[in-house]
Design a protein around this ligand. Structure first.
Ligand SMILES: Nc1nc2c(ncn2[C@@H]2O[C@H](COP(=O)(O)OP(=O)(O)OP(=O)(O)O)[C@@H](O)[C@H]2O)c(=O)[nH]1
Ligand SMILES: [Mg+2]
Length: 451
């Protein structure tokens, strides 16, 4: 039995190498933002990477690439996994395995599924001290992935095959933040920060969607003095982080930096990303500092997560992303921004098409921190920004109709028929692709109610 399957497998392997029928390379960039083509993906094992062994030992000869295998070399067999599209490794006829992928341009180790899945690249931009790194580290925490995966058919896996030395600082910072309540150091200007890659799978019935979620952090200086050639513009999703402390300072008439970031970002996006294949999320950070009795925010205050026995659990999006909850909060934030920083808000909505723009907020820690430390961990809404991205790509289940508890139902009967109608419209607006005027209508309606 064993023999047959081995024979069949090598027949299949040789068929694949000759016909390359399964190769459907999915483009990606390396950490320096170099776009990589299929032939830019090199393969090696650890001994080759460290120069301990040469290709000659494997009986291979490559005049062009020192010590790397490539897919088009004679005598190499591609190895696929469930993601398909591109091999996860190459093997030789005598059984050597090259399981590390390397960028031809930077020689850095790439994620296991480089070339196999579409990449969803998310970059956090914002002024220094906006709260980018604290939230970034949270998103890279396996416990956070556990929280997201609970009650769903999703999985998240760190896709970098080796703990690169350059990633050590971030890994340590993450452990210190979680275990010792020490916050990360501010990033140095121009600091090299390696992206994190997560292999995300979501099974729905017979179909499984897969993608590589790439998360990039950057130092705030590069965002307030943004270069036209910045690698920022290789990403698909731009999360503009704005510290609530800055919003409050702006209200007091003080000079702030977040407006500078957006002022530089918008014209560059328009010129450099004519393809239009990007999205923007405006994320207010440190939202514990906001006054939730503010009429624009008070209906947005119900947390989407809770702490249970020291572990974070989802509440609002427990069994799937609830667009209604997210959209309601998004509208509150928009109303708040429209009132408190009208010029900044109008500039955003006039420059970015409505379907590419959304608003969210988080409190990664949830209290004012002193001397780079915090005492109590009271996070808010930290699941929402990333879920809004994953759900839109079909990588996270979406809660379409949430059963309301009885008393809620009773309350809703008091609402006018028109209100109910717009409730339903609103509930399905995103799925039906209705225009943004409905948002505008709801906003006015809500404001009227408040008065
Ligand atoms: N009140 C409050 N403060 C927070 C919260 N999260 C972060 N902070 C504060 O914000 C500071 C800056 O956070 P970072 O994540 O390091 O900021 P950054 O945007 O990465 O800054 P640069 O690396 O300099 O660009 C932290 O040291 C905390 O003092 C929060 O949830 N609430
Ligand atoms: Mg930082």
């Amino acid at each position: 039995m064993k023999k047959i399957s081995k024979k069949w497998r090598s027949w299949l392997d040789s068929f694949l190498i000759d016909g390359k029928s399964k190769i459907s390379y999915q483009k990606l960039c390396d950490s320096e933002g170099n776009p990589l083509e299929e032939e830019d993906i090199l393969f090696a094992d650890e001994n080759m990477m460290t120069g301990k062994q040469t290709l000659g030992v494997w009986g291979l000869d490559s005049p062009e690439e020192e010590n790397f295998l490539t897919l088009d070399m004679e005598g190499v067999i591609p190895v696929f996994d469930e993601a398909g599209n591109f091999p996860i490794a190459l093997k030789t006829k005598d059984g050597h395995l090259a399981y590390l992928k390397v960028s031809r341009k930077t020689k850095e180790v790439l994620p296991i599924h480089a070339g196999c899945c579409p990449v969803l690249s998310v970059i956090f931009i914002g002024a220094p001290s906006a709260g980018k790194t604290v939230h970034f580290l949270q998103l890279c925490d396996p416990a956070f992935h556990d929280m997201l995966a609970r009650n769903t058919t999703c999985s998240f896996e760190d896709d970098l095959p080796s703990d690169a030395v350059r990633r050590k600082r971030y890994e340590e910072a993450r452990a210190d933040m979680k275990n010792k309540k020490i916050l990360p150091e501010p990033n140095r200007k121009g600091e090299v920060i390696l992206p994190y890659y997560f292999y995300v799978q979501h099974r729905e019935g017979e179909e499984t969607r897969r993608a590589l979620l790439r998360l990039d952090d950057i130092d705030g200086e590069q965002c307030t003095n943004m270069e036209w050639e910045s690698k920022i513009f290789q990403s698909n999703i731009f999360i503009i982080t704005i510290g609530a402390d800055e919003l409050l300072a702006a209200e007091r008439g003080e000079e702030v930096q977040y407006t500078r970031v957006v002022k530089q970002l918008l014209p560059r996006l328009k010129v450099l990303r004519q393809d239009g294949e990007y999205e923007v999320r405006v994320m207010i950070t440190k939202c514990d500092l906001l006054d939730f009795t503010n009429p624009y925010l008070e209906t947005a205050s119900e947390n989407s997560i809770e702490l249970k026995g020291g572990k974070i659990r989802q509440t609002a999006h427990e069994t799937g992303f609830d667009y209604q909850v997210f959209k309601k909060r998004s509208r509150c934030i928009q109303n708040y921004l429209r009132k408190e920083c009208p010029n900044f808000y109008s500039n955003l909505i006039n420059s970015i098409p409505a379907e590419k723009l959304d608003f969210c907020m988080v409190a990664s820690i949830g209290e004012e921190c002193k001397d780079h430390r915090y005492e109590h961990f009271k996070p808010m809404f930290i699941d929402e920004p990333i879920l809004s991205i994953l759900a839109k790509e079909g990588l996270y289940p979406v809660e379409v109709l949430r059963e309301r508890p009885e008393e809620e139902e009773a309350k809703s009967t008091v609402k006018s028929a028109t209100q109910k109608f717009y409730d339903v419209i609103n509930r399905f607006k995103d799925f039906m692709g209705l225009p943004d005027e409905y948002d505008e209508f709801m906003d006015e309606d809500e404001e009227d109610d408040e008065e």
